[in-house]
Design a protein around this ligand. Structure first.
Ligand code: IDP
Ligand code: MG
Length: 133
């Protein structure tokens, strides 16, 4: 069964939205098969978001992801990579569809509450980043 990596970002953990967000996944038939709460450092965030290293927002993005506790999850289900992306909504909450996580809870393009892998290749890489054991 297909798997993807989901992250509940610091803005959502800080606002106690973890259970609400997990319930959205569960209601949409995405199974949470592994989960942990952690606080990564800036260096780890720079590594995780390396694909964005040439972007003007890279440094700020990594400072933000390492600014507080996050919850990382492996989600499993049919077509879960694209399903999770659909349930998350557009990167900028302003452009996100109604009832998506980012529309419901996102504050801004920086503080958009969740991360989700965008392809099979990144899903494998991102799951290994947090759950290699
Ligand atoms: P995604 O999270 O929807 O996959 P990406 O393009 O992969 O979006 O960007 C990663 C993260 O970087 C986004 O979730 C968002 O927080 C941040 N980001 C993306 N584009 C911008 C921007 O134009 N300005 C500021 N932050 C951005
Ligand atoms: Mg992305």
């Amino acid at each position: 069964m297909e798997q993807t990596l989901s992250i509940i970002k610091p803005d959502a953990v800080e606002r106690n939205l973890v259970e609400e967000i997990k319930n959205i996944f569960i209601k949409n038939n995405l199974k949470i098969v592994n989960e942990k709460k952690l606080h990564i450092n800036k260096e780890e965030a720079l590594e995780f978001y390396k694909v964005h290293q040439s972007k003007p927002f890279y440094d700020k993005l990594c400072s933000y992801l390492s600014s507080g506790p996050i919850v990382v999850m492996i989600l499993e289900g049919k077509n879960v990579i694209m399903e999770n992306r659909r349930i998350m909504g557009a990167t900028d909450p302003k452009n996100a569809e109604a009832d998506t996580i980012r529309k419901l809870y996102g504050i801004s393009i920086d503080k958009n509450s969740v991360h989700g892998s965008d392809s099979e290749e990144t899903a494998t890489k991102e799951i290994n980043f947090f759950f290699k054991d």
